[in-house]
Structure formats: structure tokens, C-alpha cells
Design a protein around this ligand. Sequence first.
Ligand code: UT7
Length: 332
Amino acid sequence: MTNSSFLAGFSFYVPDKILTNKDFEKLVDTSDEWITSRTGISNRHIVEDEACSDLASAASRQAIARSGLVPGDLTHIINATFTPDAFVPNAACVLMEKLDIKGIPAMDVNAACTGFIYGMELARGLCSLHPEAKVLLTASEVVSSRVNLMDRSTGVLFGDGAGACIVSAMPFPANVRSGQILDVILRADGSLSNLLTVKAGGSAHPLRLNDRVGEDFFVQMEGREVFKHAVRSMQGVCLEILKRNNLQPEDIDLFIPHQANIRIIEALAKKMMIQEDKLYINVQDYGNTSAASTPIALAEAWEKGLINSGDTVLLVAFGGGFTWGACLLRFS
Ligand code: UT7
């Protein structure tokens, strides 16, 4: 048994096609000015013919290589998503086939936008059970498959993408840049589930042969309510994880919140008293990529050289369910 887990190989992938705010001006009654000022989003990447497992596969290959591993070294696959390729098989099984590996456990986890942090805790649990564990953790979303682009109140908000890393029970070799998972806190509240839903096609709202899809096939959201809960819940869990680890906000070297809306990010950072230069923001380039949002931001910050040896990084996310959670990392 071990209580430590380590992570490396931070990688991300987004599809080539970009939808700009100007593109949306041609589709619906909106404006670049409204979208930018209310959300901070300018661009989002949207798939043309790729599925969840394709995005996960691209990010995973890089994560495996960056960790100094080959696919055959993996012991488990966890893929966070609410937009899998299909109900069955799960996208992690499709992914393992694309990586040409067989025989290890492969599962999806659905915690909406908090999926990567939920996956982190599950990977950590596997590491404490299996000292040889090398878990491929991906978060991959084709949100565009479940968003009505013709609904201006939701269509402009989301994008597609994937992030990946390897979580290991054993430290990585010194030549692989890596970090350690210090702590994770997960939370959920099902009583507020109706504020953010994708209902149709589930067993409570089944689609029958020849049914036409309606609005409930797509993301439905009470934006203002979700906004308030997002700020409050993320602040609460951040304070909790800092306190539990005897840290102050000024001990955080990089703060990576879920990238849903610049106003949510800035409100949260202000409440947390996080300085601007320690706050990572990329919502302008990708929109809200749901579970993929935090690992994309983590990998991008890593690639830009913003994470140094000894840094403490705080990730936090909030999403449908409601689910929310925070994760504290220390880099070596
Ligand atoms: O990742 C999971 C968590 N999700 C989130 O965190 C999202 C949380 N919510 C939000 O980010 C914001 O609430 C939104 C960006 C969704 C909406 O911003 P808002 O400032 O709360 O606007 P609103 O929904 O209150 O709408 C204000 C007005 C409305 O018009 P009226 O009723 O005041 O005439 C909307 O119809 O803006 C209108 N509107 C738009 N106008 C132009 C809504 N969407 C658009 C649009 N373009 N795309």
C-alpha cells in the first residue's frame, strides 16, 4: 500500500476547426461584443468527424510518450466525459483499442465539468490499491454533439477537446518532469440537478424509434443560477483544501479554475485573493470544454513553462450534477 501518487505527461488536443464569435453572428442573434463581454470567449474548437475517443487518443499518445512509457505499460484507463462515443461500449474501451492495448480495466466517469478531478481521485485510489499502477487519465469531450448551436444562450459557450496525463503509484524517473497529487476533495449535490441538464436519450427520458430530438437532447442551463452556485461552491472547496493542507492562498503558485466564463473565474479569484499573475485563463481560446477544461489548461500552462519545480498548483472545477471538486498538486 502507498498513499502517494505521482503524475506526468500533461498533454492536450483540440480539433483543428475553430468557430469564432463572428461565425456565431451569422448563425444566431448575437454579437462578438455580447459574447466577449459576458463570457470572455472568442474562439472554440469544434470537431468535424472526430469522436470522444479520437480526441482522447491524440492527447493520450502524447501523455504516454512524455511520461517515458509505451501503451503496454498502462495498468488502467479512466476517461472523464459526458459525451462518450456511445452508451456502450464506453469511450475508454474504444480508446484502448485505438492505443492497441487489451486486457486492462477501462472505464468512463461522468461528473460533467468536474470529471477530470473525479478521475484524479479514482486514479489515486487505484494507486493506493496497486503499487504497480500506471493509470492513463483522460478527459475528453465533444460537447458540440450535445449543444444546440442555434440556441444563442448555450451554443456560444462550449467547445471540444481532450486532456491527458499518467497517474502512477511509483515516482517517475528523474528525467521525466512530474508532480505529486497532494490532496483531492470531491463534492456533489443532486438536489440542484435541474439547473444544468442533458436529459433526452437517458432512461428517464428515452428516445424511441423515429422520435425527433427536442431541446432536451441538448445542454439546458439556468445560466445565472449556475453562475452563482459555481462561484460559491468552488470558493468553498478551495478554502477547504487549503485549510486541510495548512496552506494560504499566497502559497499557490498557479491557480487553474474550470474555464466556463471569465466572469466566474475573476469573481472566484477575487474571493480567493489570488493575484492575476497566478491565475491561468484560456477560456478565450477554447470556450467551456467541460471535463477537458482543467487538464487542457494544466497541460497548456505546463507547455508554456509556467509550472516550475517546487510549484504548488490548485485545480478547481464545477459542473452539472451539481458536482465540484479541487485538487492540489506539487511539482518536482
Ligand atoms: O460548466 C458548467 C458551468 N456552467 C457555467 O458556469 C455557466 C454559468 N453561467 C454563465 O456563464 C452565464 O450565466 C451565461 C454566459 C450563460 C449568461 O450570461 P448572463 O449574464 O447570466 O446572461 P443572462 O442569461 O441573464 O441573459 C441576459 C440577456 C438575456 O436577454 P434579456 O432577457 O435580458 O432580454 C438573454 O436572452 O442576454 C441574452 N442573451 C444573449 N444575447 C446575445 C443570452 N445569450 C445571448 C447571446 N447573445 N449569445
